[in-house]
Design a protein around this ligand. Sequence first.
Ligand code: FA5
Length: 368
Amino acid sequence: MDLELLNTKIAGIERETAEATQKVTSIDALRSLDSAVLGKTGSLGGLIANIKEFPADQRGQVGKLVNEAKGRIKSVLDARMAELQQAAASASDEESKWFDPTLPGNVRPMGSVHPVTAVQWEIERLFERLGFTVEDGPEMESEYNNFEALNIPASHPARDMQDTFWLANGMVLRTHTSPVQHRSMKKFGAPLRVIAPGRCFRYETIDASHENTFHQVEGLMIDRDIGLPHLIAMAKMLLTEVMQREVTVRVRPGYFPFVEPGIEIDMNCAICGGKKCPTCKYSGWVEILPAGMVHPNVLRAGGIDPDEWSGFAFGLGLTRLAMMKYGIGDIRILNSGDLRALVAPQRMGGPIIVDKTTKSRAVSEPRP
Ligand code: FA5
């Protein structure tokens, strides 16, 4: 691609988005459109992935063109969002006139372990059996640990891949659990087997599969002669154990500055069985486990000699895996305080999101 073609593409995307925006009649549909265009793999957001095709001296220009177009599209979407929110507020005023406070409320099911916690504990147990240590990291991170130590210097366009909440004190809300890779290398050195579950934060457009607050599990294994086959075997075992069935995965190349090579392991969407739904963004696949071989710069930054040691790392989308396991079609339910989301992370699968007429079963599971 060259700059002229890029400009033409951007103009086309802006035109099509403006047309589509006017046709959208619901807030959810507008959010989906936002993520389909501006999301990391969206029609505009995804263009940044092509940056490597441009000569180094044009990359700044490419970033600028894409970011300016993002700004213009965002204003069009925001304006439409304001209209739709206004319409929704008027409709709900109308409905509230008919609210009868004397009617009995719904009977609430008893709570249980949160589905994300249940899957996290399962994964911790599994990896502990394999000799991994479970590490924790702070949610407020230094810019260095979140980016630089992971081979993402300040000017690197890959910073755009993770929209970041910057704090007034110069720190960030960690955008991923990967900073724990660096912390663990510094703490333990090599060889190393560690997983790090935890909350991450991104300034994201929220839709059925994206939240601004979500969980990941980082995995890191460093030893002599570690290669991609170890990684893929580990990933398959992890998904099969959690889902308690054979899981169909697809492996494709993925770009993350802290691994080389990088891969994306997607699983067949358990919500629609691959038939395409909003949860899988109508693709039939859910991005669940990006991974790769730890980049030598990351090993060096962690004080480990890349000539002697190699390793793999992965960043499992824990919230999404919990959704797949329990048949939760919309990520927003999980942070919403809706008690139906707490009903029974039953030991074995099956949808747990019950409708108001379904009798729910509460299960609480003590932490092992
Ligand atoms: C990362 O965050 C990398 N740190 C993962 C990694 C680690 C790669 C180690 C290589 C080696 P990514 O941005 O794709 O990558 O996020 C990882 C996973 O987190 C995604 O596959 C997805 O399942 C989940 N995820 C990302 N953003 C969100 C979001 N907004 N809401 C819910 N889940 C998300």
